[in-house]
Design a binder for this molecule. Structure first.
Ligand SMILES: Cc1ncc(COP(=O)(O)O)c(C=O)c1O
Length: 441
């Protein structure tokens, strides 16, 4: 059986032992050395995907910055890698700011997001020298101004982008649709809320309105929805220029690049997407007489990282329910990957210790957590599988570890980074002492 090309990291192959190999490392050995569940990130895939995205946009737009949306997964090893590659960051918390600054990110390459930024987060961003904020509520504008005023040497111009809600349906899962009118994200165009926010920013002494932002959702394949959103946002820029001389310098078109999680799905072609987007943008700016030299920002999360990791699980028990189904219970589940339980995300599993064998039967892959909904895959096609076997679930790099929990007081997994035949433990497995560290009595 050959490995599906779009699901596994670029270095994945079946080795002579019929084991899955990633970054030159046999995952059966990795599981023995580091235990399971184990998340294996492939250095080459991260580097390749980031480089490809940068090239796709830089070759088509002069002034462009690819920001990595750190919510997809952030850790010091990733921060260092993205910093080296010249990627910027979209951050949403003080924790993410701390990791970014420790990795040596230039503050001008960090954009602060969030629909409810706390005063502590704003202070941390200002302390770190972050110069760009994506405004996502009217209330935060006066907050930003008053927090800047308390600084010893207030920055003169905090660059603000307004996150617009263009009222376009991205046709993705309801929980991943963020550009419609009824969304907790963004400021409405038609209802005038965004315009009020723009006018309020213009009244503030230390804030400068430099641009617009939109992100219509995640797992977006509908390029027509993106085109509509882009045009709606350019209409706003033209309208505000006419009304109050809005100086349109930056446009952030969000992330949301669709990624395949199983063989039935496709992955967005970044080159075609960049070509399409920059063409629509250029035409749209020209048609409205807007600034064609503006800074273009894109902020993919999953598109850069999802495919770079594989989650490894040990099968603990096999439960056959006659005429119904056979459950394979693994040693992870919703504690390290809540996506199937949260919004029905679909995955495919592979038998890592017999990776070349053809599937012969169907199993449900159950997690070990005390919820009936903790089923990672309802229908997985696998070779005959027994307790002790090692399962690999690819496309595990995004929105799994950062949403992990200690449900049932189970420690979170370890993470290794593989490259050229060596494996580096980049996050040790959590211990029971780690979990109890915050309990005072
Ligand atoms: C504002 C913003 N930008 C970018 C992203 C990244 O989305 P994705 O990981 O689907 O590319 C998100 C995800 O929620 C987001 O809210």
């Amino acid at each position: 059986m050959s490995l599906p090309g779009t699901l596994f990291p670029l270095t994945a192959r079946a080795n002579e032992q019929n084991h899955l190999e990633l970054g030159g490392c046999d995952v059966v050995q990795l599981a023995e050395q580091f235990g399971t569940p184990l998340y294996v990130f492939d250095h080459t895939t991260i580097r390749e995907q980031a480089t490809r995205a940068i090239h796709a946009f830089r070759s088509r737009w002069n002034n462009v910055v690819v920001l990595y949306a750190t919510k997809a997964y952030f850790a010091p090893f990733l921060a260092r890698l993205f910093q080296e590659l010249g990627v910027g960051l979209d951050v949403t918390s003080e924790g993410e700011i701390v990791i970014a600054t420790h990795a040596g990110f230039a503050p001008e390459k960090i954009y602060l997001h969030g629909n409810n930024k706390t005063p502590e987060e704003i202070r941390a961003a200002l302390r770190a020298g972050i110069q760009h904020v994506v405004v996502d509520s009217q209330g935060e504008i006066s907050h930003l101004q008053s927090l800047i005023s308390t600084l010893h040497s207030p920055i003169t111009n905090l660059q603000c982008l307004i996150r617009l809600s263009p009222n376009i349906d991205a046709h993705t899962h309801r929980y991943m649709t963020t550009g419609v009118a009824d969304s907790k994200f963004g400021l409405g165009i038609a209802n005038g809320i965004a315009e009020n926010a723009a006018r309020e920013i213009l009244r503030q002494k230390n804030l400068k309105l430099v641009g617009l932002h939109f992100h219509i959702g995640s797992q977006v394949f509908d390029t027509d929805a993106l085109r509509q959103a882009l045009n709606a946002v350019l209409d706003v820029a033209a309208d505000w220029r006419a009304k109050f001389h809005f100086d349109f310098q930056e446009l952030n078109i969000g992330g949301g690049w669709g990624v395949a999680y199983n063989e039935m799905q496709t992955t967005l072609d970044v080159d075609a997407f960049a070509e399409n987007t920059t063409r629509v943008l250029r035409e749209g700016l020209r048609a409205r007489g807007l600034n064609e030299n503006l800074k273009l920002l894109v902020e993919p999360g999953r598109g850069l990282i999802a495919r770079a990791a594989v989650a490894l699980y040990r099968v603990g028990s096999v439960k056959e329910i006659p005429q119904l189904r056979t459950y394979l219970a693994v040693d992870g589940g919703m504690g390290d990957n809540v996506r199937p339980a949260l919004y029905g995300a679909q995955y495919t599993a592979f038998l890592a210790n017999c990776i070349g064998d053809e599937p012969t039967r169907e199993y449900a892959i159950a997690g070990r957590y005390c919820e009936q909904g903790d089923v990672l895959i309802e229908r997985a096609q696998l070779p005959e599988t027994r307790a002790g076997d090692l399962l690999a679930i690819p496309v595990a790099g995004a929105y799994q570890l950062p949403m992990a929990s200690n449900y049932n007081l189970i420690p979170r997994p370890a993470v290794v980074l593989v490259q050229d035949g060596s494996a580096q433990l980049v996050r040790r497995r959590e211990t029971i002492q780690d979990m109890l560290a915050c309990d005072l009595n």
